[in-house]
Structure formats: C-alpha cells, structure tokens
Design a protein around this ligand. Structure first.
Ligand SMILES: *Cc1c(COP(=O)(O)O)cnc(C)c1O
Length: 434
C-alpha cells in the first residue's frame, strides 16, 4: 500500500517514508491510497478477536509487507497490552473506555504503535531520530512514555504553558533522559505551528532525522481505528452510532476509516467543546478556523484541526457526503460540568470532561433521533482531571497506579517563547546544525 500527499496527490511514498517523515516537505498529510476492506471472514470472526488480533489483521492491510508478519505481531501485542472496556451506562448508551493504558488516555494506542514502527524502521540508522511533537495535553505524555529510554531517539515536546493539567504536565516533564519538554508561552495552535514550520523550513543538513508524532503521523492515525472494530462488534446493536470527543480530529478520522472499510456504523457524532469549527462546518457548510479557546476539556482545545483535511478526503471533499454521515454538537464548560454531575447522579458513572463532551453529543443526537443505540468514546481517565471532576461529584477519585508514578517526579522543562525562530535556534544549537 502506498500513501499519497494530500497537498500533492501525485507524490506517493511507502509506509516507511510516511512514518519516518511524519509530514511531507510541503506540510501535506499522508493518506493511504485506498481504504482496504478486510472482507466477510474477518467481520464474521470479529466478535471473538482480541484487540491485538484485530490490530494485526487491519494493520497488516495498511502496512503490506513493509514490516514482516512476526515483527508486526509483536508490535501489536506489545502496543495493546492493556484492556479496553465497553460498559452500558444507560438506555442506548455505552461507554468505550480507552483510558486503561500507561498514561490513562487514548493517545496511548497511537503513540505505542507508532513508536514501535519507528523503532523498527530506524534500527541501524546512524543519524539520531528526533521526534518533535506539539501537545494540547495528552499526546505528549503518551509519546514520552512510549519513547522513554529508546536508544537513538530524542523526543522534544512542545506544550502550552499554563494550559494543561498539573498531572499532564508531570507526565511530560518528569522523564528526563531522552525526553525534553519545551514549555511554550502560547497556545496549542502556536506549538503546532512551530513544529510545522520546522518541518518546512529547517535544514537539518542530514545530521538528524526529524519526524513528527502528532496525530498527523499515519502510524498514529491507523491504530486509532482498531478499537472501533472491537467496540462495534461487541455492541448489542449491530449498527450503533459513534460519538467521538474531538480536537484535532484524528480519532474521528480513524473511526471513519473503519467504517469505510466495511464496519457497520450508522452515524458519527463530532462532539466538541466551544472550539467548534467542525460542528459549525457541518451545520453551515462554511469552514472558519478560529483562535483556540481554553476549556476544561483541554486536550480538545484546537481552533484549526490538523486532521480536518483527512476527514474531508474520506468523504471525497464533498460537503453533502460528510453532512449526511456526521452530526456535530458543541458544549461549553458549564454544560460539561453539569453533565458530569448529572451522569454521576443518574448512573454512578464518572466521566472525565472529554468523555462528558462525547456523552452530551450522544444524548443530543438521541434526543433528535429517539431509539438510537450509541457508543461514546471515553478518552481519558477522570482522575487525570481530578481538579475539575472531584469538586463536581464531591468525591475523591482514586488515581490508577500507572499515573501515581508521575506525581513524584521533579519538573524539568525548558521555557521558550512562541515563534519558529526560538525553536530553530534551540535545535540548531543542540544538534550542531550549522
Ligand atoms: C487528544 C484528545 C482528544 C481529541 O482527539 P483528536 O484525535 O485530537 O480529535 C480527546 N480526548 C482526549 C482525552 C485527548 O487526549
């Protein structure tokens, strides 16, 4: 399977190139040339398949023979060595818990798969691999965790100062070693813009191999479709709707890829906080990226979603196609807080702010379409946002043991102003690029 550049569809690269580059030189996103269909036998055996088995089947179709079978099998079993759960919490409403990985957010799925693919492709390379990543909260932690201690790879994370939770900050800044956290005076969009500019403008003189671990990297996108096969095949309803709490829209794009490959999904719900460019687009047909607004669902504070171009491509760039398959809903912080409280009182289930957005989206859709069965993606463990959730529900949350280890570490971050040239200076000096 080849991957084409969304900005220049004639440019085609292998999976290896798409993963190791992250973005094309003109900042285009890579897309698989086709969405492979796994066929009837796969869908028949799906309800009995484990997540690593699903990953091996679907992943194998996307990767072709670029990673040998036994290696891919190992990558899948190591990457997805933690549980996922589907829990019914109310009429028509099931929660897909994607937060049982080491950093307690769904980003673990993509980061763990990508780090292992990259490790495979760069083994034996004498250049250092430098993974640059901008994070709105959770990506950085998942990427840091999955690359910590990996020989030959440096990870440099840009995060918006003061805009992520204390626990998230700990997850980025306490590793040390090959993980560096740059604390940027700015927003997530500023961080993302700095990373993008480095890719288009910085001449690394072949001294380092620069790559990106944002959800713009196809090796993060593809594994985010695996759990949808798992969830839909375990759902009582054969053709559920899926509500995905969205920021950069990688998770929703991956869900759409699963559907395009033949998975039965009745409808999608793009659920966002007040950063609502995509729901507004679906409502009006007009796309207007906007400055980022800070919310309590901060991993979704994205004003100009990087994966929107991919999402549109999956619908042949036709407004009518996307608008007939995806509904959009957005919610402000008050609605999110009230919903965490209401759901807790109603079912005892504790949502984190991101899951709460997905839950609100699903409820809104069910209100408009009574009788619908749906699955909402819960993307973070509520204890990751205990400072928001505990006062609302009036209970102390127990922190999963995987998170505890981050609370003890010492914060090591490098403060940096927003702007490409600060990052350029830093990289030039650190890697002697002159
Ligand atoms: C990143 C993130 C999201 C948004 O996912 P996208 O793929 O960027 O749309 C939602 N919830 C949590 C907890 C996240 O970390």
């Amino acid at each position: 399977m080849l991957y084409y550049n969304l900005k220049n569809k004639k440019e085609r690269v292998t999976f290896r190139e798409a993963v190791t580059r992250g973005l094309s030189s003109d900042m285009g996103l890579y897309m698989p040339e086709e969405i492979p269909s796994p066929g009837h036998d796969f869908f028949r055996s799906l309800p009995e398949m484990s997540l690593p088995q699903i990953a091996f089947s679907i992943g194998g179709m996307y990767l072709g023979d670029e990673i040998p079978g036994p290696v891919l099998e190992k990558i899948c079993s190591e990457s997805f060595n933690f549980p996922i759960e589907l829990k019914k919490i109310g009429p028509g409403k099931s929660v897909l818990e994607l937060f049982h990985g080491p950093t307690a957010a769904f980003k673990d799925f993509g980061a763990r798969f990508m780090s292992r693919c990259l490790g495979y492709f760069t083994t034996g390379d004498d250049r250092k691999t430098v993974v640059l990543v901008a994070t709105s909260g959770d990506t950085g932690g998942a990427v840091a965790d999955s690359f910590a201690g990996v020989e030959g790879v440096d990870v440099i994370i840009l995060y918006p100062s003061g805009r992520i939770s204390p626990l998230q900050e700990n997850q980025l800044t306490t590793h040390g070693g090959n993980i560096t956290a740059l604390e940027i005076t700015g927003t997530f969009d500023d961080c993302q813009a700095m990373v993008r500019e480095v890719f288009t403008r910085l001449d690394t003189r072949d001294k380092i191999r620069l790559t990106s671990a944002n959800s713009i990297n196809v090796a993060r996108l593809i594994p985010q479709s695996f759990y949808y096969y798992y969830a839909v095949s375990r759902c009582e309803n054969r053709e559920p709707v899926l509500s995905v709490p969205s920021g950069n829209f990688g998770n929703l794009a991956a869900a759409v890829m699963a559907w395009r490959s033949g998975l039965q999904v009745k409808h999608f719900i793009a659920s966002t906080n007040v950063n609502r460019v995509v729901p507004e687009y679906i409502r009006t047909g007009e796309y207007h990226p906007a400055p980022t607004v800070m919310t309590i669902a901060n991993a979704m504070d994205v004003g100009n979603p990087g994966n929107f171009a991919r999402l549109m491509q999956l619908f042949d760039n036709e407004y009518v196609n996307i608008a007939s398959k995806i509904s959009g809903y957005w919610f402000d912080d008050d609605r999110i807080r009230n919903h965490i409280r209401d759901e807790h009182q109603r079912s005892g289930y504790i949502l984190d702010p991101h899951g709460a957005v997905a839950s609100l989206g699903l409820e809104s859709y069910i209100r408009d379409h009574p009788g619908t069965e749906g699955i909402l993606a819960a993307t973070a463990h509520p204890a990751k946002f205990s400072e928001v959730v505990e006062p609302i529900i009036g209970e102390k949350l127990s922190v999963p043991s995987s998170l505890n280890r981050f609370l003890l570490g010492k914060k090591l971050s490098v403060p940096m102003k927003s702007g490409y040239h600060y990052l350029r200076e830093y990289l030039t000096e650190r890697y002697h690029l002159q």
